[in-house]
Design a protein. Structure first.
Length: 423
């Protein structure tokens, strides 16, 4: 058999598996849903609504009616276990929207549904119960009690719930261990660095084991190095705890790093919602494009976004002749070998298959190349470039179970470096 007409694998269809940073699949369970939510600051919100219907802008409404639009008809849905980022410049309405979710600010109109219960219909007792047991909040300013120890600060929410002292202190100690502050329980906040104080704030929010964490610019007051450490800490904690998080920030890099999905806000309106890659490669309008224009896309776009589905595969039981036939049909010079459950076994080249066939061998098991580069789906492009540059074989994308998800070819990586490229 002649393999001279077989070329390298450079074709295939994009077949991204929709997993987020925590590895969740297509299965989606809504934890939080916001429907047509408005917040008008002022004594006569009806005037603002009337002017909105007439097409007046936020600035014109403020000038003519002295009513301020904080949130303007926002609808969104957050999945269980998702980190959902509200991002925007100062005055965009992101913090106002966050505070509407637990009614620290009462919305003017709309619905906030948590597990299908409308927060806006709750009386004060029901709202207190929701805040105590289902919602935790972390603020930009740590808000710690200076006269209480770290342990008592963390246990404060449990104290409010009426939990017995020994039980709440035990729970607080466990959470301090989770956030990396084991042994600091007897210290006072003044003894702690800014980053450590924010860890205490995070531990306090986690102590009651809430379903949803609301985080309002939690790392903005920290210096850049500590801020990066706290972002890494949050990602690590989320991988362990799988909480539903709504995270507010004005920092684009931070939102791209911590968010599974991002909602970009302007003038109280959500301009675009999507993954980091969706927003970077397909900005909804000129405002979004301007917002993300200076981002290094190679740090954000991942292997998942540029990988291709192998045009053909074989299993270890298949012989060299079948392998050659499939390679010839697809016009490729190598083929990936997978088990019945799609776990990667390795790769077979046309040259090795041809040699085996010419020598009347029926098995390929001893000619499977196992030393091929493998990357995870979330590997950034800037880490992929040296990998594919140093290897004569395509890189293979596998999940945590070594299941083949796709392949990376040089052309796809280069194309992926271009914003707006969807091919």
């Amino acid at each position: 058999m002649d393999s001279s007409n077989i070329t390298d694998e450079t074709t295939g269809n994009n077949n991204s598996v929709n997993n987020n940073k925590n590895g969740r699949s297509e299965s989606k369970v809504s934890k939080l849903k916001v429907e047509e939510l408005y917040k008008i600051f002022g004594d006569h919100p009806e005037k603002a609504f009337e002017m909105m219907e007439q097409g007046y802008s936020k600035e014109e409404i403020l000038e003519k009616s002295r009513q301020t639009i904080g949130v303007n008809g926002v609808s969104l849905e957050v999945e269980a276990g998702e980190t959902f980022v509200l991002m925007g410049l100062s005055g965009s309405g992101k913090s106002t929207l966050l505070r509407c979710l637990n009614r620290l600010i009462d919305p003017t109109k709309g619905q906030v549904l948590i597990d299908s219960d409308n927060v806006l219909d709750m009386n004060q007792e029901q709202l207190r119960e929701l805040r105590r047991k289902k919602l935790g909040m972390v603020f930009q300013r740590f808000g710690l009690f200076p006269h209480k120890t770290v342990l008592d600060n963390v246990a404060y929410g449990l104290e409010v719930q009426g939990i017995e002292q020994s039980e709440r202190r035990e729970s607080a100690a466990k959470v301090l261990d989770v956030v990396g502050l084991k042994g600091w329980g007897d210290s006072y906040p003044a003894k702690l660095s800014g980053g450590m104080q924010q860890r205490v704030g995070l531990a306090r929010a986690l102590a009651s084991d809430p379903d949803i964490l609301l985080m309002d610019e939690p790392f903005s007051a920290l210096d850049p190095l500590i801020r990066k450490e706290m972002q890494d800490e949050l990602l690590s904690l989320q991988a362990k705890l799988n909480k539903t998080i709504v995270f507010v920030t004005h920092d684009l890099d931070e939102s791209l790093k911590v968010g599974d999905r991002i909602a970009l806000m302007k003038d109280g309106v959500i301009v675009q919602t999507g993954t980091a890659e969706e927003i970077l490669t397909n900005p909804a309008n000129d405002y979004v494009e301007k917002f993300v224009e200076d981002v290094d896309i190679s740090r954000i776009r991942t292997a998942e976004g540029v990988m291709k589905t192998p045009s053909a595969t074989i299993t270890p039981k298949d012989g060299p002749r079948l392998a050659l036939r499939r390679m010839r049909e697809q016009g490729i010079s190598s083929i990936f070998v997978i088990s019945k459950d799609r776990k990667l076994e390795g790769m077979l080249t046309a040259e090795d298959a041809l040699s085996a066939a010419d020598n009347n061998k029926d098995s390929i098991t001893d000619i499977i190349i196992k030393d091929i580069p493998k990357v995870a789906q979330d590997t950034p492009l800037n880490e992929l470039i040296p990998i594919i540059a140093e290897s004569k074989y395509p890189a293979v994308v596998t999940d945590e179970n070594n299941v083949l998800r796709g392949i990376i070819v040089r052309g796809a990586v280069l194309a992926g470096m271009v914003k707006g490229d969807n091919e």
